[in-house]
Design a protein around this ligand. Structure first.
Ligand code: FAD
Ligand code: ZN
Length: 488
């Protein structure tokens, strides 16, 4: 990815057609001026700049259905967007598919944010796609339940976007990704028909599972308008520690121990190198080093229980005591208050933002089997040093899921653009190592536009062929998010 991909202007939409689209949502909820559209056309990393003739903000499933029925009849492309926090360009309109340039109307789900119902017997809630993840978590809290999905972008990302990307985050270890947290969906199909699959049944073996087809489909198969989500008992006891670790072999042993001691109560095991913590300490206001002496690696470990008096604190102390005795860890700090816990988590959550302050960075969201993480990082570090001497790898993330965000900061004395010109070369080298270890080139952010051409290279012909056939069946005119995930 050598430079930002952009379009300066959007193909026009015939005036009469534009008016028919606008009439569906009402003029107040249609955006037509470049200034007002701007926030919908830029994405968090600034890699893609979009263009659209029209942003529509429907308020109901029926309005979404009317938009798609019209788009289908007129062969107008539609790009769904939630919180616009996606990291692979999937939500950016106007990047074009195989059929060349045509108008791509952006449909923002932001106004569809109702909590339709909460069932405390069945432990489910039915919410609309535009509800933010933080709002969904808060809705669960009102009935003393937990909706466990947790991402650094949770204040803005939406349930629809979480579903469309099968989002992961820091709680996958204990609860699974978005797919595992969903029972039913409501989806508007490409031709405007509504599929009401809002079933709240843990057991339902009646034919093919359409729900799982739409989850992770990145807006290419239908627009998700609502979902039935699973709720869990809320943790009442938590114990959190930051631990200094000498190397990744010790980290792997520590993780195995944490699993043994914590069992299902191990709810987070996140890692970062000293370089990551150093950046947080340098750039994030109020951040404090949790340990007295620097360590090469850090783990943030959390144990949680929905039951009181389960002794999470003692369990964590026992885990860390054993690890110290076995020389797996150098030092550890346990959070003694909610404020201390929040401060530990902030060190982890601010990693993405502080990297921006160190110039350009090249990002890889990859996964490998847990046992191969040490080898993956050692080989990737060595390769990066060969390719760009002085570059600064910052591998961090969800050790317990085998999911490493292998980000690389530019050498301090290099021009950012010159470093970014190496994007394809560096990510290509990282991916080669990932694939040789049986890993995935996109662990949680999806394919979107950024990794579309890579997908065709890493999946078998059979798999790509099946994906294309499904796309053609559900979206025969290729109007839904064209050019994303697959170039159909
Ligand atoms: P958008 O960005 O608006 O859209 C993403 C994709 O979903 C696009 O392809 C879009 O077309 C499609 N889409 C959106 N809404 C719908 C809908 N209703 N129906 C059909 N298709 C739809 N992701 C993780 O998985 N784990 C992380 O830990 C994580 N951390 C992040 C941290 C930061 C700081 C940031 C900026 C992003 C992070 N992300 C993470 C990525 C991002 O937040 C997730 O992909 C999120 O699920 C996207 O939700 P959104 O509502 O912003 O979707
Ligand atoms: Zn992540």
């Amino acid at each position: 990815m050598s430079s930002a991909r952009s379009l300066t202007s959007a193909p026009e939409l015939a005036e009469e057609l534009r008016e028919r689209f606008v009439a569906i949502v009402g003029a107040r909820h249609a955006i037509t001026t470049p200034e007002d559209m701007a926030p919908y056309l830029e994405e968090p990393r600034g890699l893609f700049h979009g263009a659209t003739p029209l942003v529509l903000m429907p308020a109901s499933t029926d309005e979404v259905a009317a938009i798609l029925a019209l788009a289908h009849a007129e062969s107008i492309a539609v790009v769904p967007q939630g919180g616009n926090t996606g990291l692979v360009g999937g939500q950016v309109p106007g990047l074009g598919g195989a059929q060349g340039r045509r108008p791509e109307v952006l449909v923002s789900l932001k106004r569809m944010r109702a909590v339709r119902s909460i069932d405390t017997d069945g432990n489910t809630m039915t919410v609309e796609a535009g509800l933010t993840l933080a709002e969904a978590q808060a809705a669960a809290e009102t009935v003393e339940r937990l909706f466990p999905l947790s991402l650094a972008s949770e204040g803005s990302c939406t349930i629809g976007g979480n579903l469309a990307t099968n989002a992961g985050g820091v709680a996958v270890l204990a609860y699974g990704a978005m797919r595992a947290l969903t029972l039913g969906l409501e989806v508007v199909l490409a031709d405007g028909r509504i599929w009401d699959g809002l079933r709240a049944l843990p057991k339902d073996n009646t034919g093919l599972d359409l729900r799982d087809l739409f989850i992770g489909s990145e807006g290419t198969l239908g627009i998700i308008t609502a979902a039935v989500l699973k709720l869990f008992p809320r943790p009442v006891e938590q114990a959190t520690a930051i631990v200094g670790v000498r190397d990744l072999d010790c980290m792997a042993r520590l993780f195995a121990r944490a699993r043994r001691v914590g069992g299902p109560m191990l709810t987070a095991f996140e890692i970062m190198p000293r370089f990551g913590l150093a950046l947080v300490l340098r750039h994030a206001k109020g951040a404090r080093d949790p340990l007295q002496a620097p360590a090469p690696w850090y783990a943030l470990i959390e144990l949680s229980s929905p039951l009181a008096d389960e002794g999470m604190g003692e369990k964590l102390e026992r885990l860390l005591g054993e690890a110290l005795d076995e020389d797996e860890i150098a030092d550890a700090a346990i959070a003694r208050s909610l404020t201390a816990r929040a401060a530990f988590w902030a060190l982890r959550e601010r990693l993405s933002e502080v990297q921006k302050r160190e110039g350009a960075s090249i990002k890889n969201d990859v996964s490998v089997p847990i046992a191969h993480i040490p080898e993956f990082i050692a080989r990737a570090d060595a390769r990066m040093a060969e390719l760009v001497p002085g570059c600064r790898p910052l591998p961090f993330g969800h050790f317990g899921d085998g999911n490493i965000h292998y980000n690389i900061s530019q050498p301090p004395d290099m021009e950012p653009a010159a470093f970014l010109a190496k994007w394809d070369r560096l990510t290509g080298a990282v991916n080669e190592i990932v694939l040789s270890l049986g890993g995935s080139v996109s662990a949680e952010h999806g394919i979107g536009r950024l990794k579309r051409d890579l997908l065709a290279r890493v999946k078998s012909e059979v798999e790509i062929d099946l994906m294309r056939q499904i796309k053609r069946t559900l979206d025969p005119k290729n109007i839904l998010n064209p050019g994303k995930m697959l170039d159909v």
